[in-house]
Design a protein around this ligand. Sequence first.
Ligand code: SF4
Ligand code: SF4
Length: 279
Amino acid sequence: MARFFQLKYQPAKVEMESALPQRPPNLCAGCPHRASYYAVNQALGDATAIYPTDIGCYTLGILPPLEAADFLLCMGSSVSSAGGFAKAQEEPVVAFIGDSTFFHSGITGLINAVHNEHNFILVILDNGTTAMTGQQPHPGIELTPEGRQPPKVDIESVVRGCGVDQVETVNPLHVDKTVAVLKQMLGDKQRPGVKVVISKSPCPLFERRVTGKKQKVVFQVTNECDMCRRCLDELGCPAFTYCEDEEECAFISIDEHLCSGCSVCKQICHAIKPKKKTA
Ligand code: SF4
Ligand code: SF4
């Protein structure tokens, strides 16, 4: 670019005192997608399912401990491939697509699935933005990064307009209710066809940046913890740290600077309690 615009360009020199620790990619602390995947895993219990997924932050649901992604081809393929998987085999099929990708290329697959009486659950992960690529607006948003409130196309109305009559909107941060809705849909063999769960809760990074939301309450692991590791092995929020003290006794703590206060961990463990953020 510098050559094209005939500008002088000096690459920046970056000096680091020590190497940064290596870490795998992960959904952010407090990401509602983690709560949605956790709820699907809980609703299925020991049963297995096929998870077609799509393109967005939520593709990271492929990683342990969530492991809720089996197939991804291109944008919109979660919905269209779910119909194929449901026709070809007996396992339940639970497909995932984000709000932005749904508007981009999920609607055509959904109409096709309704018309052809495909039998699967589609979870639309509605975090109110196009989070992965920079928080661009899409037709379903309530607020743009510049603070504009454009006319909003309601996802539930679009889904119903495509011919789906089994639709539920949930807040994935309300864990028990979300699990109950998913269990009911998975167990309802009397009414085949496409079922849609709209899992709606804002991206915490977008919320902080655009609405200026400040986190006052975070969560901590108290001494009631019995080291069952459920928080690590089933939820895996990156705000959790597994440590060992000088006597090599293991304990789990929450980094209050990473915790977004979503409260999902508190709903699954009696030993996790709220506390006021210190700084
Ligand atoms: S914080 Fe709770 S879930 Fe995590 S290890 Fe302790 S008791 Fe288990
Ligand atoms: S409340 Fe729990 S799950 Fe939510 S961000 Fe904080 S540590 Fe993670």
